[in-house]
Design a protein around this ligand. Structure first.
Ligand code: FES
Length: 156
């Protein structure tokens, strides 16, 4: 959904008059758009009186917040210790090659955004990646390519 200031104002409006809402209001906006559009911060300042420097500071401090649009599917590739010793670096570079990514970024087709994470909590399945809410373990390069193909075909 393309962000519109009017729509962002509607998301922000229910938080008026409440205290300590910086994180919840940012989460509410990100839940709709998948990231925080640039106008987010001035709208929060206008509507809630929270200085944009504060809300922007919060958005950049917490890794849960994204400042750029994301693909339809989020790939979280683990590079924690267990995954690292079982070949996550090779897998990561294969994912980047396969999706033609220069950095942990989004694919040109808008389908995938790659994030590198420290641990997905299932080290016994290393190496591991998650796509959206689904965990895939004991990955090989071939298995990763097959899984990504199912999402390209609209499955997953
Ligand atoms: S280190 Fe990868 S899941 Fe824990």
């Amino acid at each position: 959904m393309k962000p519109k200031a009017k729509d962002i104002r509607e998301i922000v409006a229910p938080f008026k008059g409440d205290r300590g809402v910086t994180i919840p209001v940012l989460q509410a906006i990100q839940n709709v758009y998948g990231y925080l559009p640039p106008e987010t911060f001035s709208i929060i300042e206008d509507e809630l009186g929270i200085p944009s420097s504060v809300s922007y500071g919060v958005a950049t401090f917490y890794s849960q917040f994204r400042l750029r649009p994301v693909g339809k599917h989020i790939i979280k590739a683990c590079d924690g210790t267990a995954c690292h010793v079982r070949g996550s670096q090779t897998l990561l570079s294969s994912i980047k090659d396969h999706l033609d990514l220069k950095d942990p970024e989004s694919s040109n087709d808008g389908l995938f955004t790659l994030e590198i994470v420290a641990c997905l909590g299932c080290c016994s399945l290393a190496p591991v990646m998650m796509i959206d809410d689904v965990t895939y373990g004991n990955l090989t390069i071939e298995k990763m390519k097959e899984i990504i193909m199912t999402y390209r075909k609209g499955g997953g």
